[in-house]
Design a protein around this ligand. Sequence first.
Ligand code: NAP
Length: 262
Amino acid sequence: MTGVNAVGGRDGLLAGKIAFITGAGRGIGAAAARLFAREGAAVVLAARTESQLVDVVNQIRAAGGTADYVLTDLTDPGSVQAAVDTVIRLHKRLDVAFNNAGVSIPHTPMVNATTENFDLVSAVNYRGVFLSMTAEIRAIRATAGAGAIVNNSSVGSFRGAPGLGPYAATKRAVNSLTETAAAEYGPEGIRVNAIAPGTTMTGMIRRWAEADPTAVERLNALTPLRRAADPDEIAEAAAWLLSDRASFVTGVCLPVDGGLRA
Ligand SMILES: NC(=O)c1ccc[n+]([C@@H]2O[C@H](COP(=O)([O-])OP(=O)(O)OC[C@H]3O[C@@H](n4cnc5c(N)ncnc54)[C@H](OP(=O)(O)O)[C@@H]3O)[C@@H](O)[C@H]2O)c1
């Protein structure tokens, strides 16, 4: 499919695509919304904080892109369905979706984790991705017919993650949902992949660093590239996986982690 890139005037990686992005008000999701729009997609941003969504939408429109937002709470099944319905109402179609939204909880050994925090990460990171993905697959089937989904996992999903037990388990669940959906919907031409970011400088990491000032330094020392990622570097991987340039890639959980898993 061809189209006009909002900035360069050439075909972009996602030219002509209708893209839905959760958690797009800040961090990796906001970087993804801006990048996908630069690459030619019309983007619909979802999250709960309206002021942040408005800011990102305005930035994209000011750069010549097409962007809208829909207030969405991933813990509410009706809200998730309404968000996907809004994409169809606005654009008559859904081609690609980035299920990026997620929450972290204070780092602590498992025995100290509260059931409230366990339920919170489960509701947003696991059930929220399940609700989003299933609503998106139904919408892609009913409109574009074929498409692609990327879920945002974490490098912490692949092995033991001391201090992050309940969070990391939700991300392992995301990997499982990704692989199963890839197997179930591949025959229809719907690709489903995940990315597994390493340390990425967003509010989520900055909040952790406030409580533990050497945390980022320690993670960087374990990372072969010896630094944290900029959110744009994570968004690039999602953009490629969602694009037709990744047309034979499905069912992978791609580390985007500076080598942290290696
Ligand atoms: N930063 C890292 O180092 C890192 C590493 C590995 C994986 N990740 C993953 O990357 C994703 C993005 O993280 P980030 O670092 O960009 O975090 P962030 O800056 O805190 O952004 C999280 C986004 O998710 C949204 N969100 C949270 N709860 C929501 C809910 N109930 N309903 C709808 N939206 C909700 C937030 O918006 P509202 O609060 O306004 O709803 C926000 O837009 C997450 O899945 C995270 O687990 C991050």
